[in-house]
Design a protein around this ligand. Structure first.
Ligand SMILES: Cc1cc2nc3c(=O)[nH]c(=O)nc-3n(C[C@H](O)[C@H](O)[C@H](O)COP(=O)(O)O)c2cc1C
Length: 324
């Protein structure tokens, strides 16, 4: 399949692995890139320019294909050293950055001067248009189904993707709820030129996370995610567990009075405990509705191959068969 996305990033298949805190390590990024997709290392998991440099070098030792780095801009009292992280990306000669969280505007000159292609992940058409305006090369349009932060508009991909197609000139990929060949063909029918997957890539042999995480997603259905932190305007879709139930009880009790400190125990420092140690009830962690479509733990390579074969079958046989 050849799309503006495969051309832009120099990849074989239009499949991207979105940044994932404590999941998007070199092993997963390299596996996705080796399978012909675009793997992405999660910058903030490394935290400092030195550690990010080491992780990028580790990834380079595992693949000679293109891969990217995710930079998530979060509200923070002590913000990470973003210019330093970007300098590390530039010095390591990585040419693709996925930005998320808020507009990357203030860092665009630094990235563009270094020849970096920027794909901005966002959850609304207005933010996608802003990304286009400030010179992003592509957008990852993240629908309400997605794991992590779906924004506050609650527009699912069946509406969001064609709306993006109506407005955008730069290419975009569909993010949120993507799992298989059906997702890819559906997304492309709605105007996308590829897909971004998070949750699906966690449940693979190559994802460097505790097996408990993979088993929890396998067991989950599309009914098992919850939206938290809405009243803080920082909505996150997470897998239900004891800590999340406790957090939701606090939200119901405190309503608009809720402060971040009230739920700190359920959300701060959770990712290493879950992803590394497999302590599944230690707090809230992102998971998409797509959990309902995940039924096995393939290698990344066989997952990507399966998606492409299934997509081609749907286009050439199933859909073509409906005509005439
Ligand atoms: C465990 C987990 C952690 C994530 N961490 C980040 C992150 O740090 N930065 C980011 O931009 N997106 C993050 N995401 C979102 C993904 O990159 C992607 O946009 C999302 O998973 C797409 O929805 P899907 O899970 O339905 O495929 C995370 C997702 C998951 C499942």
């Amino acid at each position: 399949m050849k799309t503006r996305i495969t051309e832009l990033f120099g990849i074989e298949h239009p499949i991207v692995q979105g940044g994932m805190h404590h999941v998007g390590l070199a092993e997963l990024a390299a596996a996705v890139s080796n399978a012909g997709g675009l793997g992405i290392i999660t910058g903030l998991t490394q935290g400092t320019p030195e550690k990010l440099t080491a992780e990028i070098e580790r990834c380079k030792s595992m693949t000679d294909k293109p891969f990217g780095v995710n930079l998530t801009f979060l509200p923070s009292l002590t913000p990470p050293d973003y210019p330093g992280l970007i300098q590390a990306i530039i010095d390591c000669d990585v040419k693709i950055v996925e930005t998320a969280g808020r507009s990357p505007q203030e860092y665009m000159t630094q990235m563009k001067d270094a020849g970096i292609k920027v794909i901005h992940k966002c959850t609304s058409v207005r933010h996608a248009l802003k990304a286009e305006e400030i010179g992003c090369d592509a957008v990852s349009v993240d629908g309400f189904e997605c794991a992590g932060h779906p924004g506050e508009d609650d527009i699912p991909n069946f509406i969001l993707l064609p709306r993006a197609a109506e407005e955008l000139k730069i290419p975009f990929i569909a993010s949120g709820g993507m799992a298989d060949g059906r997702s890819l063909v559906g997304a492309m029918a709605l105007g996308a030129e590829g897909i971004n997957m998070g949750t699906r890539f966690i449940v693979t042999e190559d994802a460097p996370v505790h097996d408990n995480v993979k088993q929890a997603i396998l067991k989950a259905t599309e009914l098992d995610t919850r939206l938290i932190m809405r009243s803080l305007k920082n909505t996150e879709r997470v897998l239900i567990n004891d800590a999340v139930e406790r957090l939701i009880d606090k939200e119901n009790e405190l309503g608009s009075e809720l402060q971040f400190d009230d739920i700190r125990e359920e959300v701060a420092g959770v990712y290493p405990k879950v992803m590394k140690n497999g302590e599944m009830d230690s707090g809230a962690w992102s998971c998409g509705l797509v959990a309902g479509l995940i039924h096995d733990i393939p290698s990344v390579k066989s997952l990507v191959d399966r998606i492409m074969t299934e997509a081609e079958d749907i286009i050439n046989k199933k859909l073509a068969g409906f005509i005439g």
